[in-house]
Ligand binder design. Sequence first.
Ligand code: SF4
Length: 329
Amino acid sequence: MQTSENILELKGVKTYFSTTKGVVKAVDDISFSIGRGEIVGLVGESGSGKSMTSLSIMGLVPQPAGKTVAGEILFHGEDLLKKNDEQMRQIRGDKISMILQDPMVSLNQILSVKYQIGEVFRYHDKSILGSLKEMCIGVLKKVKVPSPELRVNDYPFQFSGGMCQRTIIGMGIANGPDLLIADEPTTALDVTIQAQVLQLMKQVQEETNAAILMITHDLGTVAQLCTRVLVMYAGRIIEKAPVNTFYKNPSHPYAIGLIKSVPVLGRKSDRLYSIEGQPPNLLNPPTGCRFAARCEQAMPICTQEYPPEVSLEADHQVSCWLFAEKGEQ
Ligand code: SF4
């Protein structure tokens, strides 16, 4: 449930990339908020702009080609887009942390686990709070790495994939962030480890009351972990809803297609459902609804104007002409 205290609020954020072929509108006018203690899922297929949204929040959009050109990213009411590099460096890894997809790549294989966890404390001048080694062991204990007193001296290549991801999560929460951004944190792990990592993230959220933005293409992860879901398509958010509402009453044709394409154990059918067609080229996105070329319910208005965001019920908004006045006409 969205709480009254918004930790993060994005208003009309646009992140564009200049290329030799033109401007790619990777994130194009998105707005949403996250309250304290919420776990919000940002879902969509590859290339929909999910990861660019997280990099925009972190101030890590690849430069010089990429830039957040418009909007506000308010963290505790302060616009992160107005912070300079040094101010952002102080926020990253302290008040906002990020967990990346592949733990084997996120950790440096030739530096010890102790060194890499310690770096999080050293960088933010928190090593003075106690013995660095003890603090690193404390982090490994928190994320349930077995025998942390011994394993703290190991190197990442001596850890399993699950232990590496636990270590990354531990580094993410080491300084007690208010917001944790997890970008596909279980994609590189096998299924049993995925379940453990998701459970750990939930536990971390309950213990720290941090807000979590969970970026994923896996609707199962969203159902297990999140309180609210944002569906992204071709650089825009097309549906926002509490998780229960979303699974009971998905409304945007793309969101309905996403749910239909999840395989269900025991359901017999010759073919798995898939949404036909491809997302539009973001170099030159269509003027109207960006899903129109793939939508079975498209109407003439859909290709002429972008649909407005309509509230279907509290906390449930959808951008589709099927629910807007002109579409009804
Ligand atoms: Fe389909 Fe039109 Fe709705 Fe887009 S606006 S999803 S094309 S019905």
